[in-house]
Design a protein around this ligand. Structure first.
Ligand code: SAM
Ligand code: SF4
Length: 358
């Protein structure tokens, strides 16, 4: 009898390789996956306090010297793209726009060979004045988090009254050519789930791609509950009276979102693409291609890891690039098969989303 522990089964386990890694330059793991998509957290700080991410009072922030400098970040990204097969780099946080040296970091990463694809995940506060310089520095695309179009609900989710600034930021990003813009929305039951169709209508009208993200147990307050979260199936049901959804045929190719062509049922002809990221109820760990760096320079092989590998100490004690690359490979080799969220023994990681880098 097979008893499912809720951990996805993975094909392509490297036969007999559990005791040692194959001699390959890439970031491979014991289950045959190769990480080519790097998420770099530029800071643990944020100017919002989204309830599903941060506590109301914030967190004990890293000291300036604990966080990686621009030079250290660019050096790690260079090792990633030159030696480890990283092809996409997404800057995140915390709130990456809080870094005064963001444009410099992007420009230096855009000059690397081979040139990685560069994107940013941001809450867009302050983006209005920086979108053009970010695009000029070489930023290719942007994802903006926006959970409500109503000031009161926005305030309830983020605990800050900044909706207008976010909307201005989105418009500036579009004007600067940072599209296609993806809008990330986390739906919370009884708070903003009623806005699911309105958010999609707005995104389609603006020409942005909305992605609904299932809430994961990565909130600092540990209030997440599997039984009360809004699932991908709930999202489809909420949209059904307003939009027809036809699955996009193109292969997902490691992307977390399942994409649909949404067409309004009101005869207006409004149509476009929408994504649903069902990390909890329809996990995609089997095809995960991510590796993560925290703001203090540790590798996390999975959002839900309980272990990390510190690269900052090596960076600062004079290790050469080859030694750092080898440490990084070793960390990724230990990547777990899956997050096991549906496993009764699942334990939420100590770090919350803002401190990992979402
Ligand atoms: N501050 C930036 C922002 O909000 O876009 C970047 C960092 S934030 C941690 C990155 C993404 O993680 C956001 O889209 C946010 O909605 C998502 N996120 C944060 N906590 C989450 C949670 N518990 N479950 C699912 N997504 C979460
Ligand atoms: Fe800040 Fe992003 Fe977390 Fe919201 S989701 S608190 S904007 S880091």
């Amino acid at each position: 009898m097979v008893v499912s522990l809720g951990i996805p089964t993975l094909p392509g386990r490297v036969h007999g390789a559990t005791d040692g890694r194959p001699a390959t330059p890439g970031l491979v793991d014991r289950f045959g996956r190769t990480a080519t998509d790097l998420r770099v957290s530029l800071t643990d700080r944020c100017n919002l306090r989204c309830t599903y991410c941060m506590p109301a009072d914030g967190l004990p922030w890293l000291d300036r010297e604990q966080a990686l400098s621009a030079d250290e970040i660019v050096r790690l990204v260079e090792i990633g793209v030159r030696d480890l097969g990283v092809r996409q780099v997404r800057f995140t946080g915390g709130e990456p726009l809080l870094r005064a040296d963001l444009v410099d970091i992007i420009a230096r990463c855009a000059a690397l060979e081979p040139r990685p694809e560069l994107s940013l995940t941001t809450n867009a506060i302050g983006l209005a004045s920086r979108a053009e310089s970010l695009a000029a520095a070489g930023l290719d695309r942007i994802n903006v988090s926006l959970d409500s179009l109503h000031a009161e609900t926005f305030m309830k989710v983020t605990r800050r009254p900044f909706l207008e600034r976010v909307l201005e930021g989105v418009d500036a990003a579009a004007a600067a050519g940072l599209g296609p813009i993806k809008i990330n929305a986390v739906l919370l039951p009884g708070v903003n789930d009623h806005e699911a169709p309105a958010l999609l209508r707005w995104a389609l009208e603006q020409g942005h791609e909305l992605r609904y993200i299932e809430q994961m147990p990565l909130d600092a307050d540990h209030t997440w509950s599997r039984s009360s979260m809004v699932t991908a199936a709930d999202v489809r049901a909420l949209l059904a009276p307003h939009f027809g959804l036809a699955p996009v045929e193109a292969p997902r190719d490691g992307a977390p979102a399942e994409r649909f062509t949404a067409t309004a049922t009101d005869g207006s002809g409004l149509t476009g693409t929408v994504g649903i990221i069902a990390s909890v109820t329809e996990p995609f760990c089997v095809d995960c291609r991510r590796t993560r760096l925290t703001a203090e320079g540790s590798v996390r092989s999975c959002l839900f890891s309980h272990t990390e590998t510190d690269l900052r100490e090596s960076l600062r004690s004079g290790a050469d690039d080859a030694a750092i690359a080898e440490l990084w490979r070793g960390a990724m080799w230990q990547k777990p098969a899956g997050h096991g969220l549906d496993d009764p023994s699942f334990v939420q990681p100590a770090r919350s989303m803002s401190a990992i880098g979402g």
